[in-house]
Design a binder for this molecule. Structure first.
Ligand code: FAD
Length: 458
């Protein structure tokens, strides 16, 4: 039996001192030699459960075997069979909870670094001009896809590969959804997103930008023109706390803050005139992926940043790697607190009133419940407050289609085949889940495409 190598090949990354001065990517990525060495650690399990834990079921064992043999092209093409955007998923998937979390090596040491091997291969393929080759057998039928985030991308790609005429309608001036406007450059460089998405255009998917379905294009128009519709409109509307002071200047929602930075390039003040003002001391409410992205972005504007979280950081739902990077970079955690009101002066934020919390065991769930400690209120000086406690589907689209059945919390109702209550109309991604992951959205888009194909061929 081959010797088990318990330790990962370390991922080269930029020093904290260097990276907090700019928005460039933290990880430097593996070299070819390092990637092959890491791939050779894979045990090639007889029953690989890593693939079962991947929502799009990438054949991880097979691609890693090819990489370990030095066959980079076939390794890349193997991933591409199931994952249309590997340069992105390799960088942002919560692998520790999915494929890597299931890796057998994880029981004795570090799991194989599947995420970084994926992004290595995707980057290598781009540099070397490697592309999938396939023949599309054209079909007559036309499908409209609303939105251009991961769910829409995977639905559109799967349908186009089957020969359908696919048109994507995107409200913004750029494709990608959260990949474009939400996740910052230091995690997901936008040239990689643009490059990866050029693939959908090359496949022959028509993209219509600046088209808000429900406003400048009606749903009825789409129903008249297309044989089927996929709704992948995401969950882009921010949830607020509903406390006093949320209307003060200096209070941002995470989405607004990140859109200013990512889409409107506020971090390049010499080239773009997008206003952004964080001051010297910033409070971020929440501790999920969006909160960590916001905190690390604010830090790069030379601010002292405090994550204000009602639990302790072990409970943070953010990717573990990003949480680690945030702490390394100097983001402060104020744990077991919840905001009561935001304090202002002259219309601007000047501080926040918080109350202390304690965690109580709950019989109903494994997760401890945060409970207020009465009389423990205290205040903290702040120049700005960014609220990152979650998002919900935007009402604009739904209000224009009153016959579309929705859940009470606002998500679109679908059955197990991603069918809505309207015939020929399907939905997936955050629009049905309220907020999950890139890979889950990809998986749902792909499954919805299979259902649409069944519907159009029955
Ligand atoms: P979205 O990506 O939201 O895309 C929806 C698209 O639809 C948008 O482009 C929107 O403009 C468009 N649209 C909306 N309404 C209309 C309309 N009426 N007409 C036309 N177009 C419309 N997941 C991870 O796996 N890893 C991470 O590290 C991670 N980090 C995140 C960080 C942040 C800041 C956020 C907000 C989310 C993060 N997520 C992460 C979650 C992940 O990005 C989402 O689950 C995923 O993008 C959902 O994809 P989607 O296709 O459903 O929607």
């Amino acid at each position: 039996m081959a010797k088990i190598n318990k330790n990962r090949v370390p991922m080269p990354k930029r020093s904290v001192k260097e990276r907090i001065k700019d928005f460039m990517e933290v990880s430097k990525g593996y070299t070819k030699r390092q990637a092959i060495e890491e791939a050779k650690r894979c045990l090639q399990c007889e029953n690989p459960i890593c693939t079962k834990h991947c929502p799009v079921h990438v054949n991880i064992k097979a691609f890693i075997k090819k990489l370990a043999e030095g066959n980079l092209k076939d390794a890349f093409l193997k991933i591409k069979e199931d994952d249309p955007i590997p340069a992105i998923t390799g960088r942002v998937c919560p692998q520790e909870e999915q494929c890597e979390g299931a890796c057998a090596l994880g029981k004795v040491g570090d799991p194989v670094n599947i995420g970084k091997l994926t992004s290595f291969l995707a980057d290598w393929a781009k540099e070397n001009g490697i592309e999938e080759e396939f023949k599309i057998k054209e079909r007559e039928k036309k499908v409209a896809v609303i939105g251009s985030g991961p769910s829409s991308i995977s639905c559109a790609v799967a349908l186009r590969k089957k020969g359908y005429n696919v048109t994507m309608y995107e409200a913004l001036h750029k494709t990608g959804g959260v990949l474009q406007y939400g996740i910052p450059e230091f995690r997901l460089p936008k040239d990689i997103v643009d490059e990866e998405l050029s693939y959908i255009k090359n496949l022959g998917i028509e993209i219509k930008l600046n088209r808000i379905v429900g406003k400048n294009v009606t749903f009825v128009e789409l129903c008249d023109e297309y044989d089927a519709i996929f709704i992948g409109t995401g969950a882009g509307a921010p949830i607020f706390l509903g406390i006093e002071g949320e209307d003060l200047n200096g209070v941002y929602s995470a989405n607004e803050f990140l859109i200013r930075i990512n889409l409107m390039k506020a971090y390049k003040p010499l080239e773009y005139d997008t206003p952004i003002k964080v001051g010297k001391k910033v409070g971020v409410i929440g501790a999920g992926n969006a909160a960590i992205d916001v905190a690390r972005s604010a830090l790069r504007f030379v601010a002292d940043v405090y994550i204000l979280y009602r639990r302790t950081k072990e409970y943070s739902p953010a990717r573990k790697e990003e949480l680690r990077y945030a702490i390394e970079e100097g983001v402060n955690f104020k744990e077991l607190v919840t905001p009561k009101r935001i304090l202002g002066e002259g219309g601007w934020v000047k501080g926040i009133e918080l109350v202390k919390m304690k965690l109580e065991r709950s019989n109903k769930s494994d997760r401890s419940r945060p409970v207020e400690i009465k009389g423990s209120e205290f205040t903290m000086d702040l120049d700005s407050v960014i609220i990152a406690i979650g998002t919900k589907p935007n009402r604009l689209f739904y209000n224009s289609v009153p016959e579309l059945e929705a859940e009470e919390w606002g998500g679109i109702k679908v059955d197990e085949d991603f069918r809505t209550n309207i015939e020929g109309v399907y939905a997936g991604g955050d629009a049905i889940s309220g907020g999950a992951t890139v890979i889950q959205a990809l998986g749902e888009g792909k499954k919805a495409a299979e259902s649409i194909h069944d519907y159009l061929t029955k």
